[in-house]
Design a protein around this ligand. Structure first.
Ligand SMILES: Cc1cc2nc3c(=O)[nH]c(=O)nc-3n(C[C@H](O)[C@H](O)[C@H](O)COP(=O)(O)OP(=O)(O)OC[C@H]3O[C@@H](n4cnc5c(N)ncnc54)[C@H](O)[C@@H]3O)c2cc1C
Length: 344
């Protein structure tokens, strides 16, 4: 195991900010994952397993422990019937390469999750979702290293409390498991229309009535590329705020002043979800460039906060507060950050 010291964390967050990791290592197989975690445990040292850092903001103080980057590759298929397949991937495999392979095989179930940055092993952590599909729709099992038992175990998806941008990996069992592999249940066939609204509109404009998984992937890539910045070029972590959930009674009050406010009812809960992008735009943060901090919002999607010239996470947090205060003052709604703020 090769361990580096004092490694800049800006290379391990697509926001490109943060202090230093006390120690850093890369793992390429299960044994290396177990050794790295045991090395930290033996010294009572904190550790953190990451993929590509597309959903992490590091503090300026850095990470006082061992940062472990998961690079475990692998791809396998197991036919269940003529139409149904189990697909397994290594936790460190690029998520988008994985989705591409499944669509090449004519499998449906993951095509709407195309062009999402990151690794396979990170997707269950916040139950990645887009265009009407979520990882929880098709995930069957996870192979994980359990740092409490110091052993590999298999978790069923149903054990992971996968919800809207959440799971046990972010809540009750945070930091316990390192995800080394994931198995999905996919089917041969096409995704069924009507599709998620943006994709449906895209198809109608082009007279496309039925999409193969590969064609759906290409359409999603086309739509996403027109709306979202490429993190390899522009520093960002995708959606910076989660869509807030408020009581229906609060929505009714707000509608007297903002009748056009969009919302999605959440069945059986007396609550509704409000698009954070709409709140930010209405609060004046569309294509907003903050000279004081070097942070900005992406012109085609205000929910994406981009780092134009900030050099510290403190600047990002200052901008975050500015947005949150404005939305709070205007609507009485508290925004919460979606990418995790990690470090000391
Ligand atoms: C431009 C852009 C668009 C995006 N679009 C979407 C979207 O449409 N939908 C969506 O849901 N997300 C989206 N995201 C967020 C992000 O891509 C996903 O959350 C992705 O799954 C993160 O993968 P990662 O490998 O970069 O994880 P990291 O950022 O490295 O890690 C995220 C969290 O998962 C943990 N983790 C990572 N790997 C493991 C592992 N193997 N075992 C245990 N814990 C682990 C980390 O400790 C951390 O807590 C977007 C991000 C960007 C930059």
């Amino acid at each position: 195991m090769f361990i580096l010291d004092n490694v800049p964390l800006s290379s391990y967050s697509t926001m490109r900010l943060g202090g230093k990791a006390q120690h850093f290592t890369e793992v390429n197989d299960r044994n290396e994952m177990a050794s790295a975690i045991n090395w930290a445990l033996d010294q009572n040292m904190p550790f953190r397993v990451i993929g590509s850092g597309s959903n992490i903001v590091w503090t300026d103080d850095g990470f006082p422990g061992l940062l472990i980057q998961n690079k475990i590759q692998g791809f396998g298929t197991q036919n269940l019937t003529e139409a149904e397949v189990y697909i397994t991937a290594g936790g460190g495999m690029s998520w988008d390469d994985f989705v591409a392979k499944t669509t090449e095989l004519g499998l449906t179930g993951l095509e709407m999750l195309s062009l999402i940055p990151g690794t396979v092993g990170a997707t269950p952590v916040q139950n990645v979702g887009a265009y009407g599909q979520s990882v929880s729709d098709t995930l069957v099992t996870l192979e994980v290293y359990d740092s409490q038992a110091r052993d590999f175990v298999t978790l069923r998806a149903s054990d992971c409390q996968l919800g809207y941008r959440t799971s046990i990996f972010k809540t009750s069992q945070q930091g316990r498991y390192a995800i080394t592999g994931a198995t999905f249940f996919l089917r041969h066939g096409n995704p069924q229309p009507p599709y998620y609204s943006a994709l449906q509109q895209y198809c109608e404009a082009r007279n496309l009535t039925e999409l193969t998984p590969k064609a759906a992937r290409e359409a999603v890539i086309d739509i996403r590329a027109s709306k979202l910045p490429d993190p390899a070029v522009i520093a960002n972590c995708g959606s910076f705020f989660a869509n807030p959930v408020i009581p229906e009674s609060q929505l009714l009050d707000l509608q007297t002043s903002y009748p056009e406010m969009p919302y999605w009812p959440i069945e059986g809960t007396n609550t509704v979800k409000i698009p954070a992008a709409w709140l930010m735009e209405a609060a004046g943060f569309k294509d907003y460039h903050d000279q004081a901090t070097g942070m900005a919002t992406w012109h085609a999607q205000p929910l994406v906060v981009i780092n134009e010239s900030a050099i510290s996470t403190a600047q990002l947090l200052q901008f975050r507060q500015k947005v949150m205060d404005s939305v709070q003052q205007k609507f009485g709604i508290t925004l919460t950050q979606e990418p995790e703020l990690l470090g000391s």
